[in-house]
Write a protein that binds this ligand. Structure first.
Ligand SMILES: Nc1ncnc2c1ncn2[C@@H]1O[C@H](COP(=O)(O)OP(=O)(O)OP(=O)(O)O)[C@@H](O)[C@H]1O
Length: 219
């Protein structure tokens, strides 16, 4: 599904932040991405979401060489990847419902074709009662779930989440993890970047560990 071969990345003229990164994300897999602060987790997620290009090495996503993608192809492939950003990136002037529906609106789908699905997903993440409020009045955990719902609405084949349990209490963190596992069971490949060793220890999942720009896979 995704394959990195000897990928290196530097920002501008700075040092290499990622070095010789080689790994794959198999279909229907579940994995954590971890490592100390500043190790390069967010950078790796940006490469996976095609919002950064590597300075060296090869990235193959859904059978395509990432270096050769034009803007339209990049946009089309991104629709197959859901991402939950660390800072949520909800639009404050749109309601929770509208934020979650946004990826479908961008695809120019008719509202009647997705209204029920958006509502159902919002119920599923426990935001059924918060559908019509604006993000500034949502709690941190509610914003997180809205961001997760928005990432899921296009039924992505890969879900990437950057510290999705970083702003929530342990009970909600476990609920969110159950939600990711349920998603994984429906066939989506899930990659969760986290610092939370306690959380990872609760699940027998693959771990991708970055240290000083190098990645080691523990299956
Ligand atoms: N836009 C940028 N320009 C220059 N350097 C950057 C940029 N973004 C990140 N870096 C540097 O790249 C390195 C890796 O950063 P990155 O955000 O990927 O780490 P991280 O593992 O996600 O950290 P954290 O766990 O603290 O979120 C850091 O040294 C950081 O300072």
């Amino acid at each position: 599904m995704v394959r990195f071969e000897n990928v290196g990345l530097r920002y501008g003229m700075g040092p290499e932040v990622l070095r010789d990164v080689t790994f794959g994300i198999p279909p229907h897999s579940f994995q954590f991405l971890t490592g100390p602060s500043g190790a390069g987790k967010t950078t790796l997620l940006r490469l996976l979401f095609l919002s950064l290009r590597p300075t060296r090495g090869l990235i193959n996503i859904f059978g395509r060489d990432a270096a050769k993608l034009g803007p339209d192809e990049t946009a089309a492939l991104r629709q197959r990847i859901g991402i939950v950003f660390q800072d949520f990136r909800l639009l404050d002037h749109l309601t929770t419902y509208e934020n979650v529906a946004l990826p479908l609106r961008v695809q120019e789908k008719e509202e009647a074709s997705y209204r029920a699905e958006v509502r159902e997903l919002l119920q599923w993440v426990g935001l059924g009662e918060r559908m019509h409020v604006l993000p500034p009045v949502l709690s941190g955990g509610e914003k997180q779930r809205a961001a997760i719902a928005r990432a899921l609405i296009s039924r992505p084949e890969i879900l990437l989440a950057d510290e999705p349990t970083g702003n929530v209490d342990p009970g909600l963190a476990r609920r969110l993890m159950r939600l990711f596992l349920e998603l994984h069971k429906t066939g989506t490949s899930v990659l969760i970047a986290t610092h939370d060793i306690g959380l990872m220890d609760q699940f027998d999942a693959r771990r991708l560990v970055i240290n000083q720009g190098r990645l080691t896979v523990y299956d």
